[in-house]
Structure formats: C-alpha cells, structure tokens
Design a protein around this ligand. Structure first.
Ligand code: MRU
Length: 352
C-alpha cells in the first residue's frame, strides 16, 4: 500500500488525519485555508518536511479565488495569508522556508497576470512536494551507509512517512538500510505527550516489516546501560548555523544519554530544515502547547487535577557538540558544523 501523507486531490488538500492513528488510517479533504491552519495547529498534519507541503498547498487554497486585479493587490493578499499560516506553529523551519520560497517565486514573475501567479504558486508547491520525496531518499541512501547489519537503533517522535511526503528522514535511513538487506531492530520512544512514537512510528515501522519495540521515554537510559542500543537517529525541526538542533521534546535527553554511553547520535534532515538566521539553538523559537495534552488528551480520566501547573514545550535544543553527524540530502555533515553547514548550503555540493 502506497501512503502519501499530503497530496492535492479533487481540488482539495488530502491529508491523513494523524490524530486518528493508530486506530484508523483515514484521509480527510481540506478545502479552505483556515481548516488547513487548524489541521496544522492540532497536528492532523505534522512533521517538519510535511509542513512545507502543507503550507504551500494551504497558501494556494487561500489565494486561488483571489479577486486581485493587479500585482500590488495580489502580493498584499498573499502576504496576509503568509503571515496567517506562519502563526500556525513556530518551530519547524520547513514551513517558513516553503512560504518564503513561494513568495520569492511570485516576486520573480511580478509581470505575469494574476491567474498565472496562482498557477505559479501551485506548481512551486508541487515542486516542493516532489523534492521532498527525492530528498528523503537521498538522506536514506547517505544514512544507510552508517548502518550495520544487526544494528539496534533508538528513535523518538515520528520522522517517517507521516512526517514527510512519503518516506521519511531518520526512518527513511532505516527503510533504506532494510531495503539493502540489513537486519535492524528499532526501539521507539513513545514521545509524551502527543505519542507520535507510539501512535505513528510503531505503526509505520510495523507496516514496513521492521522489528519494532515500543518503550516509555524514561526507559531509554536503562536500555543504553544494558548495551542494547548501537545508534540513536532522530529528525530535526530546525538546525542553527552552528549545528544546534531543535527536535521533539526528549531528544536532548537522548543526546546526553548517548554521549555518556558513547553511542553515536545522528540527526537526519533535509537542507530546508537549516536556518542560517539562527546563530545557535537559542535563536530557535520553541512552541508551547496546550496543558491539556499533558493532563488528559490520551487518558480516560485526567492524570492531574485542574489546578496543577503544567509546562508543555513541544521541542528542545540539542547542542551541536552532542551530535555525531547530521545526515542531509546533500551528504553527511560532520564537525566543525558551522564551517561544514555553510559549505554544504552555499555550494550545494555533497560532502561524503
Ligand atoms: O510536533 P511534531 O510531531 O510536528 O514534531 C515532529 C518532530 O519533532 C520530528 O522529529 C521532526 O519534525 C522531523 S520529521 C522528519
């Protein structure tokens, strides 16, 4: 079964409602920009690379019926919609990257009539979607070289089919290694509070025929102490110029543990996740989410009284010195990160 997380179908955005998993793999159709905004906010669609495609198609939904008569009116309307979509979730760079890329493309064609500008937005988004499919497979190819037969890999959150268009970054590496005939065992952190690991990652790893074991987030140290883990591979929502990386809350814990236990800790992401305007992790905005996710979302009864204060940051920052390498679609980046990140982004040449 071929699964595509986001696609343009029947004049609407078709997404998998990720909040229905693992009980149901259900597609829903989104026909207006505010429904798309909400789908991002409540995480029916999520994962940094998938959010790039969602932002682009959402922008198209918002602008396709525009009555703008000239470029001035059109760009004003487009900027308003870009600002609106930018307020959905703050951390994943890919969402902003897609919106900026589409805006630049429109500016390049400012002499074209409005109906053509709309087509340009749609086509550019289709390019973003296609490039993600290619980028994930390239990440998989580079990363699979690091994986040995019989490796046991620990991961967190969901970095696979559901977080990208159709393959995955960190999970893409595991898929590629399996395709190459390597036997891999995967431990998946449940990923409190939204349980992307338990609900999504175990689902897709099982679907792809991998040997998968679910653990509570707090069990990672014990597994490492028992020498059960050979590698940790995680995704990224934004990477600063010095290699500091924002990813799902709990990633930093795993990086510290890996450092202590001398286990290689890899980050996998496309170049669209790098943000050269962030000098280090301190510049990356961290999303704070509803206290309800911690208190009650996945429980029959609330697990804490209403008057208990709750803190719910959705991401944390892993300092670059804890990262063994960053696996991208243009190659594997090693230390010194700042120099090598700049080289790979500016030259767009693979470092192998
Ligand atoms: O809050 P989410 O589920 O959107 O967070 C997703 C992650 O943290 C992923 O690890 C990251 O986006 C990389 S996905 C290839």
């Amino acid at each position: 079964m071929y699964i595509q997380t986001i696609a343009w179908k029947d004049n609407a955005i078709r997404i998998i409602d990720q909040n229905k998993l693992p009980q149901k793999l259900k597609y829903i159709y989104i026909k207006d920009i505010s429904s798309l905004w909400k789908a991002i906010k409540i995480m029916q669609i999520r994962g940094a690379p998938a959010l790039a495609g969602a932002a682009g198609l959402g922008l198209y939904l918002g602008i396709k019926e525009s009555k703008a008569k000239n470029f001035g009116q059109f760009i004003k309307e487009l900027d308003r919609l870009i600002r609106y979509l930018s307020m959905s979730r703050p951390t994943a760079r890919n969402l902003f990257w897609a919106l900026e890329r589409i805006r630049k493309k429109v500016l390049k064609h400012k002499k074209n009539p409005v109906f053509e500008l709309k087509k340009i937005i749609f086509n550019e988004t289709q390019k973003i979607i296609l490039e993600d499919k290619i980028a994930c497979r390239r990440i998989g190819e580079f990363g699979a070289r690091l994986i040995k037969d019989n490796d046991t890999i620990l991961t967190i959150c969901n970095t696979g089919i559901f977080a990208t268009i159709d393959y995955g970054t960190a999970l893409g590496i595991i898929y590629r290694a399996k395709e190459k005939g390597k036997y891999i065992k995967v431990y998946v952190c449940e990923t409190r509070p939204m349980l992307q690991g338990a609900r999504l990652t175990t689902w897709e790893l099982k679907h792809k025929g991998l040997d998968v074991t679910l653990i509570c987030d707090s069990m990672a140290a014990y597994l490492m102490q028992k020498k059960k883990i050979n590698k940790v591979i995680v995704g990224a929502d934004r990477v600063a110029i010095n290699g500091d990386t924002a990813n799902k809350i709990g990633t930093y814990n795993l990086a510290v543990l890996s450092f202590y236990h001398r286990i290689p800790f890899y980050v996998a992401c496309p170049l669209s996740t790098f943000d050269l305007s962030c000098k280090d992790g301190g510049d990356i905005p961290i999303e704070q989410r509803s206290v309800k996710e911690v208190r009650e979302l996945f429980f029959k009864k609330p697990i804490a009284k209403k008057n208990i204060k709750i803190f719910n940051p959705a991401f944390d920052i892993t300092p670059h010195n804890l990262i063994t390498a960053i696996i991208t679609d243009k190659g594997i980046i090693k230390k010194p990160y700042k120099k090598n990140i700049l080289r790979i982004i500016k030259n767009k040449n693979a470092i192998k």
